[in-house]
Design a binder for this molecule. Sequence first.
Ligand SMILES: N[C@@H](CCC(=O)N[C@@H](CS)C(=O)NCC(=O)O)C(=O)O
Length: 203
Amino acid sequence: MKLYQLAPSPSARRVGIFMKEIGVEIESVHVDIRGGANLTEEFLGKSANGRIPLLELDDGTYICESVAICRYLEATSDPLPQSLFGNGALEQAQVEMWHRIVEFQGLYTALQAFRNISGVYSDRENCVPSWGEESKARLISFLPTLNTQLASHKFIAGEHFSIADITLFVLINFAKNIDVEIPEELNHLALWFKTVAARPSVQ
Ligand SMILES: N[C@@H](CCC(=O)N[C@@H](CS)C(=O)NCC(=O)O)C(=O)O
């Protein structure tokens, strides 16, 4: 297998942390996305969304979308006592629920803010700085929701570490690029961040 990626990018980082958590190592192929290497005909022929990360299986099948890659890797690895997608119907639903909340209201909002304010991909998309600023404001107003959940739960989806925590950790780190940090009064979110930052998988 091969993983096409740019290691520090948020989506690749999600997969990288997930792989360390489940103890999987895969040969990595560097893709210069800022230079447009993901826009070539060759790459677009492999990746359905034209983005990284992209997993190539030994039989030549390609899987893009970071969560789909994580699902495949966990399902084909030695089973963990605690799945990062949750154990049992209720926990699986809670992980899915919080993961989608963190992705849609957090990570994608932060990515929109970064892309539209910085104009980093203005060679391939129409950047709207005011949409970037609005996205940043929406992200800031979303953070208390996370703090409230973490006031009564050890991890974001409940009592077990899950893929939702990985996405949230990547989001909080990435938000620094748009000058968004955890406000002092959100102490439960700050404590959760400190706990997750100590895990070997994120070092
Ligand atoms: N939903 C996708 C998002 C992938 C994505 O946006 N990847 C970014 C890097 S974080 C990328 O390849 N950007 C290049 C571009 O937009 O042209 C996932 O989770 O894998």
